[in-house]
Design a protein around this ligand. Structure first.
Ligand code: ZN
Length: 160
């Protein structure tokens, strides 16, 4: 009863929170997701000042600081800029489940875009992957308005 706070041995309390949530994707990102889901189109937005195309779309050009309103489609194909092959197991924070390994995260510049995106590459043998490789988006048959689901992955293609 007369214990001082700092003399009490702390206990641990086990609690598993259940915190489902949604967030507003914003008008520009919503349009990007709707184009993926409904039309298998990858939408960017073009700056009226410098002509840069941003994917995914953003409202203001990071160079000119002007509002961008012209939505333009970009190619399903692009160039691999960098990649990481992950071989160690960990919990996927988006699903709460063990991530299937190995998997390859790819940093990609789509043709027609001046910004870069991150997505999954289906090749996991790092000896077969080279920066500069040509890639193509592979869409899911059933799309739900989720970037990492509607584009299922990217795959390497031969240059024409
Ligand atoms: Zn600009």
């Amino acid at each position: 009863m007369a214990e001082q706070g700092r003399q009490v041995k702390p206990l641990s309390v086990t609690y598993t929170p259940d915190m489902p949530y949604k967030y507003h994707a914003g008008f520009y990102y919503s349009r990007f997701l709707k184009e993926l889901r409904g039309n298998k189109r990858i939408a960017g937005v073009k700056c009226p000042g410098c002509g840069r195309v941003y994917v995914p779309p953003r409202i203001v050009c990071r160079e000119c600081f002007v509002k961008m309103e012209e939505f333009v489609p970009v190619s399903h194909e692009g160039t691999l800029l960098a990649f990481t092959v992950t071989n160690f197991p960990y919990i996927d924070t988006t699903t709460g489940e063990q991530k299937k390994i190995p998997f390859t995260a790819a940093f990609i510049k789509l043709d027609g875009a001046d910004s870069n995106i991150v997505h999954r590459l289906d090749e996991t043998d790092e000896k077969k992957i080279k920066a500069g490789a040509r890639l193509r988006a592979v869409f899911s048959e059933i799309r739900t308005g989720d970037y990492f689901h509607d584009i299922d992955h990217f795959t390497m293609i031969q240059d024409r």
